[in-house]
Design a binder for this molecule. Sequence first.
Ligand code: FAD
Length: 284
Amino acid sequence: MDSQKKYPRIYSFEFFPPKNDQAAANLVLTVEQLAELKPRFCSVTFGAGGSTREKTFETVVEIQKKTGIESAPHISCIASTKASIREVLEAYRSHGIRHIVALRGDMPSGMMSAGEFRYANELVEFIRAETGRHFHIEVAAYPEVHPQAANAQADLRNFKRKVEAGADSAITQYFYSPEAYFRFIDDCEKLGIDIPIVPGIMPITNYSQLSRFSEGCGAEIPRWIRKRLEVFGDDRPSIRAFGLEVVTDLCRRLLERGAPGLHFYTLNQAEASLAIWENLGLPQ
Ligand code: FAD
């Protein structure tokens, strides 16, 4: 874990583009509350295959303009052409965006062609070749191994390819076992990977939604957490209280052992991230 201790701490919040006017109004309030905490940056996801491309663009530009906080779009390369990615990069550059989360993404169902990029390392390489050092590039990391990886070692080597292609830092898939993260960092150190790898934190507020997400992305909900959440059924206040305790403890352990910050998957809600932040005694 030692390699991670030298970096200044980075705290960030992730949002998704709102689907309608009411969701957009809710997001404005959420962003206002979380911006008060002065995160290093905010990021905005895209839909599978770039389906929210315009909405992601509008949301990122709006957050940066309104709050003055650096904002970063997620960009996926699967099913994309080089010309279309070039266009996206140019649009972001001309709107003052300097930070990107570069991903392969997942093929939307029904779409057949993989496009001109196969993996995220090719996207990182392309962004560097096209725009030099203009963008700070984040990539994804998987302490519990990406679900499509041949094995853990291959996944690590593939993560290294993204770093060698020019990634500046990484955000992990969420996890609830700190040991998975510490071991991943130790493995990265052995491979000479030397960038900040910030844990992605998913607050626990809704068990059925969390189970669905976790099945899709291969993040494990430990049995002892699942079993307790199951007992609560539809009792949302109890789920939230237990989730807050568990996730605060996870964050505390990560920071104590040298994690270089936290990236909150807010799901466009401020309350859970704010409560964890307060419990940890982070600067208000
Ligand atoms: P890659 O790094 O390309 O890896 C994908 C798989 O291919 C892995 O199994 C890897 O081991 C393997 N691989 C990589 N390179 C090679 C190679 N050269 N040769 C052979 N195999 C290789 N999804 C969304 O739809 N929208 C989002 O906004 C979004 N944001 C995310 C943010 C974070 C922080 C994270 C962790 C994930 C996010 N995802 C998002 C999910 C992500 O798109 C999926 O996990 C996707 O399946 C992989 O993307 P990647 O960039 O990690 O791919």
